[in-house]
Design a protein around this ligand. Sequence first.
Ligand code: PMP
Ligand code: GLN
Length: 399
Amino acid sequence: MPGNGLAEHPRALDSAAMNRVFANLPTTIFEIMSRLAAEKGAINLGQGFPEDDGPADVRERAARAMIEGPNQYPPMRGLPVLREAVAEHYRVHQNIDLDWRREITITSGATEALAAALLAFVEPGDEVILFEPLYDAYLPMVQRAGGVPRIVRLEPPHWRFDTEKLAAAFNAKTRVVMINTPHNPAASVLPGEDLALLADLCRKRNSIVISDEVWEHVLFDGRTHASMLHHLRERTLKIGSAGKMFSLTGWKVGFACGAPALTEAFARAHQFLTFTTPPGLQAAIAYGLGKERAYFETMRAEFQRGRDRLDSALRQEGFATLPAQGAYFLSIDLAASGIALSSEEFARHAIEHGVATIPYSAFYASPGAPNLVRLCFAKRDGTLDRGAEALAKAKRAFS
Ligand code: PMP
Ligand code: GLN
């Protein structure tokens, strides 16, 4: 279980009467840090969400759709207009051909898509390969689906696959491999070479890839997104999130895209998890997906400016940071910054100095997490500056 040393464990739960996975689980670190930030009036560079809401026209579209209706159950796999828009969007932006009728399902956020995929593909006892650092929801969801996790560690600063370690994680029971690119929290991107290696191994073992690509549009320095679908078309379920494309993280509209056989199984799990997602939000996202390239380019440029602003402020204060190629996150290397604290110790210390961060320990299932903390830079300039100042104070107080 990703132990974040900051979380309260649910003392009152009688684990004998509850499902073991959830009874033993702490509250997610994102909720903990946002709550602490609110209680202490700290700058919140913890949970990943943009400070400014996404485009007004998309929000207006949703408001109008809700007033005008219909507001009744849409089709289980999602509004046709949205499924068509997802197919068209991925055709234009990623050169992927998807049959909107048979290969796309709309979900309540990427989180629901991840859960439905695991429930649909994993039989109890099947092995699931995961990579550390892990987005915190993955491991509990795998365990709850009855999967046996096989965790492979990726190493900073490049966080790439190691051919031998990856090959050694596969065996006849490997059913699913979960990848995340661009990566949360490491902000790294898996190169095509790594995706091709994974595709070969999956073909040999008949395994399915659940490819969490929610950060596909949040890429920096001119990078373009490489989808796992290009490497393993028949065995990849690609997961996307409108929340990240339109800076509307609270909306929870996700997409699951994959070959008809995968989509068919996936939709059976989805139909009994949420069945549908609010139709007004779906209609608004269908509209948003058709936006000009310039919208996505401007979004990337603005986040990149935030990354650079925070990075240079931190470097001036003597912090060492890791490369950030995508997503909203910049990581501080504590040891290289002259701070001899674990990530949890530093996160606890920093919140007392007025800034919330996310310790990497929350993304590791076993001890030995690297001493890194994650910062969200999708914030206004003033917030980033105040956050950097608070971090500098925290550093000075310690060193
Ligand atoms: N996967 C990753 C890697 C994420 O970072 C997030 C949210 N930040 C999610 C899934 C969940 O996305 P959603 O909010 O659409 O459920
Ligand atoms: N994915 C977001 C993050 O990494 C948080 C999502 C959540 O709070 N569930 O910060």
